[in-house]
Design a protein around this ligand. Structure first.
Ligand code: ZN
Length: 418
């Protein structure tokens, strides 16, 4: 059983989060102002071809052209199952050549057999070759009566402007996480799928990055894989997310200032076949949980370790994760950067002390008349300012040193020693 197909929207009112497109398409059907070509854009799995099929039902439902297709007549059912003679679904990736488009042009010359309109849905239309687009353009320039083209694409920028300008375009939005979680909850209930906690559904929603189809498929896959209750760890195994303990151990090693342990953990991550991309994604998520636990926003798996961190350390952790992401992105050997940045984390205190010293110089020596004030720790805002002013630790340190020199010079000037 394919749950993603079973639970995909069948009518306009099942389509959530795409109000703009739904209302406009329904109005077009209600007023019979049908364009000859439409283009639906947006990331994979958010319902572009599903919406195209619903629109096709609205055009060819046995009730007549309608904003509310019945869903039960022969035409509606056939369109739903992709087997209606008048509604052609073409995969642009595997039919990208000029010959296929020529064939299509022949085909649209004939009148619809069962419905009122011939509907040509071309998925991933950006995959067509230049010649194929040129051939298609000729048809779009003189659209045959009662033919409606619907193009779906994840990459509208790869569709020639000449084609785009002849379509009515709808940019579909990725679904927001709460929408997906709610829908998964409903489906799990209907299908008797048990899960450990709502976090399972949240992880699924996150892994599917706004696509309902992927989310439902993952839920189904996880349910088969788990053979019983779906646990958080099972989802992590399925999605390539690393176990929480790995991050807990790294955070503990930061507190213990134990670089050796950190390097060992990284070796272990590599040995277990995880990608650095997944490792970092998981780390960002762990840092988010740590932050929430630290400020008492929620109680989670990182709450015990969060109590060992201070505000500056957490701030540095976030900063270092960002640096790590930038450095590993295009690196041929990302591991060395992962090692480097994680080791930096064991040196947090020294970086903070450096800033503290600068702060001390600043406060005590800028003006000889000012009352000397000893500060041992920089303020939150000062740390943040230093962080924002530089793009990498190297720049950070250079700037601090330059800054210190400037301050010392000022001191000498005011002392009259220069
Ligand atoms: Zn119908």
């Amino acid at each position: 059983m394919n749950l993603a197909v079973k639970y995909r929207p069948k009518t306009f009112k099942d389509v959530v989060n795409q109000k703009h497109a739904v209302i406009t398409l329904q109005n077009a059907l209600a007023t019979l102002s049908i364009a000859s070509a439409y283009m639906f854009t947006g990331p994979r799995g958010i319902g572009k071809t599903t919406l195209a099929r619903i629109f096709a039902k609205g055009l060819n439902c046995e009730k007549g052209v309608t904003p509310d297709p019945c869903g039960v007549c022969e035409n509606c059912k056939e369109i739903e199952e992709s087997r209606n003679v008048d509604v052609l679904e073409i995969d642009g990736a595997s039919n990208r050549g000029i010959d296929q488009i020529r064939e299509l042009r022949e085909n649209v010359r004939f009148i619809p057999l069962k419905g009122r309109y011939k509907v040509i849905i071309i998925d991933e239309v950006h995959m067509l070759t230049q010649e194929a687009f040129n051939a298609l353009l000729k048809t779009l320039e003189e659209p045959p009566k009662n033919v409606v083209f619907i193009f779906a694409t994840t990459e509208p920028n790869r569709v020639p402007d000449t084609v785009k300008s002849r379509t009515l375009r709808f940019d579909l939005k990725p679904l927001e996480k709460p929408f997906i979680v709610e829908r998964l909850k409903k489906i799990a209930e209907l299908e008797n799928i048990n899960y450990e906690s709502e976090e399972v559904l949240e992880l699924i929603a996150e892994a599917s990055t706004g696509g309902m189809r992927d989310a439902i498929s993952l839920l189904e896959q996880a349910s088969i894989y788990s053979q019983g209750t779906i646990t958080i760890e099972k989802i992590k195994e399925l999605t390539g997310l690393l176990p929480t303990e790995i991050y807990q151990e790294i955070l503990q090693s930061i507190i213990d200032k134990n670089p050796k342990k950190i390097l060992e953990i990284v070796e272990q991550v590599v040995a277990q076949g995880y990608s650095f991309e997944d490792f970092q994604k998981g780390f960002v998520k762990a840092a988010e949980s740590l932050l929430k636990a630290f400020y008492g926003i929620e109680h989670n798996a990182f709450s015990p370790i969060a109590s060992k961190f201070n505000e500056y350390q957490i701030l540095f952790l976030l900063r270092v994760l960002k640096d790590m992401e930038l450095d590993t992105k295009s690196a041929t050997n990302p591991k060395i950067f992962v090692d480097f940045h994680l080791l930096r984390l064991t040196k947090i205190q020294s970086e903070l002390e450096l800033i503290g010293n600068i702060n001390y110089i600043d406060t005590n020596f800028v003006s000889p008349v000012a009352t000397p004030k000893v500060t041992t720790e920089p303020s939150y805002a000062e740390v943040e300012a230093v962080i924002q002013n530089s793009n990498s630790i190297k720049e950070e340190k250079n700037e601090l040193i330059k800054y210190a020199i400037e301050k010392l010079k000022l001191r000498e000037v005011s002392d009259g020693s220069i």
